[in-house]
Design a protein around this ligand. Structure first.
Ligand code: SAM
Length: 359
């Protein structure tokens, strides 16, 4: 049974399952998703044995909204002897080793759920033992090599795990597929982490340099108390913060923020345009997507980063519908745009979208 395994936030399995099915079908890799609601991962079973490897190469985590990590499953090990988990895992890895590709990374993960977190200590300890054993067998490079094939072990219980591999350009580089951030000193809200994660994981270094120039201008719609504005100010930008609420005093004291108590849907930039539009307003996804489209089409903003708040049901359908209308509008322009959508670790019931206008 060939399959790929993808991790997600608990409760989002159905959305990830639909998304994997749609994306795999577009690659002519037919199959079906298997999951239990709340388990924090989905296994996509392929009808054709070779398709799992193809999906492992072609389905980049960065291009899947609801996936945090993805790898090709080669073995499902059950009823492991708790006094010797190493032997069967080592054999499974060796049996499916690819002599043409070096293994440069090892991931020993668990689901991001209460049950999964019980396995964290086991994963940490087991990764030390497995890493040593793999290196001894010349199955893993001595130094970590992020541009090489990765070996994955995903524990689903104390005596069961899935073993597999990933391709460097497709996987997430992070343990459990989670990009952890420290709460920045002085930030006025936890929301600040959503924008920081988006900037660091969804924009390339070149894009960050291009967008966040010192002295550049941004508009923040739904800005209060100022967590997103904080990230922009930190990067030297001048920010028009739009919200009926209050902006954090320390942010106002920087002299880089102008606060306008106005409606985000009718506000227009003070100088006719800005480099970046960000938006975290709690509103219908289609309304927000339309507003973002207006700003980009009318060139009031060069680039945009925004959240789409998700409904309780049909989240994947709602998001794809809202974004496909926006894409249609952008496709008609001479300018080209790079659009990415992700359900980030610091997002709750929302996804983050970045749209970068190419120069
Ligand atoms: C999730 S909070 C934003 C948090 C902010 N990004 C931060 O990091 O601190 C949503 C904000 O959107 C504002 N908001 C909602 N609808 C709005 C509208 N039509 N115009 C302006 N602000 C709006 C609310 O007042 C609220 O402060």
């Amino acid at each position: 049974m060939a399959s790929v395994l993808a991790y997600c936030r608990a409760g989002y399995e159905a959305d990830l399952g639909k998304e994997l099915t749609e994306k795999a079908t577009m690659l002519n890799c037919f199959g079906y998703p298997v999951f239990t609601s709340g388990q924090g991962y989905v296994e996509y079973i392929c009808h054709q044995a070779d398709d799992a490897d193809l999906l492992g190469q072609k389905l980049a985590v960065a291009q899947i909204i609801f996936a945090r990590q993805l790898f090709v499953v080669t073995d499902t090990l059950e009823s492991l002897d708790k006094s010797d988990r190493l032997g069967p895992v080592l054999s499974a890895v060796q049996e499916h080793d690819n002599p043409d590709m070096k293994n440069g990374m090892l991931f020993v993960d668990h689901a991001d759920t209460d049950d999964g977190k019980e396995l964290a200590k086991l994963c940490r300890k087991f990764s030390v033992v497995l890493r040593q054993a793999l290196r001894k067998q010349y199955c893993l490079t001595y130094k970590e090599k992020p541009d090489c094939r990765g070996i994955h072990v995903f524990f689903t219980g104390f005596d069961e795990c899935k073993v597999g591999y990933s391709y460097p350009e497709a996987r997430s580089a992070h343990a459990n597929g989670i990009f952890r951030l420290k709460f920045p000193t002085g930030a006025p809200s936890r929301s600040t982490l959503k924008l920081e994660e988006a900037i660091l994981t969804m924009l390339t270094d070149e894009e960050q340099e291009q967008i966040f120039r010192a002295g550049g201008r941004a508009v923040d719609l739904g800005a209060c108390p100022g967590g997103w504005t904080f990230q922009l100010v930190k990067r030297g930008m001048h920010v028009e913060a739009i919200d009926n609420g209050l902006v954090d005093d320390a942010l106002m004291a920087t002299g880089q923020v102008e606060h306008f108590a106005a409606d985000g849907f009718s506000y227009r930039p003070q100088m006719g345009r800005v480099d970046l539009l960000v938006c975290d307003m709690i509103e219908q996804p289609d309304r927000v997507a339309k507003l973002m489209g207006d700003w980009l089409v009318k060139q009031w903003a060069d680039h945009a980063v925004f959240n789409l708040k998700l409904p309780m049901k049909k989240r994947f359908e709602t998001v794809t519908e809202a974004i496909s209308s926006l894409k249609d509008r952008l496709d008609k322009l001479d300018d080209k745009f790079v659009l990415q959508m992700r359900h980030l670790y610091h997002d709750r019931d929302e996804i983050t979208v970045t749209i970068v206008r190419e120069t």
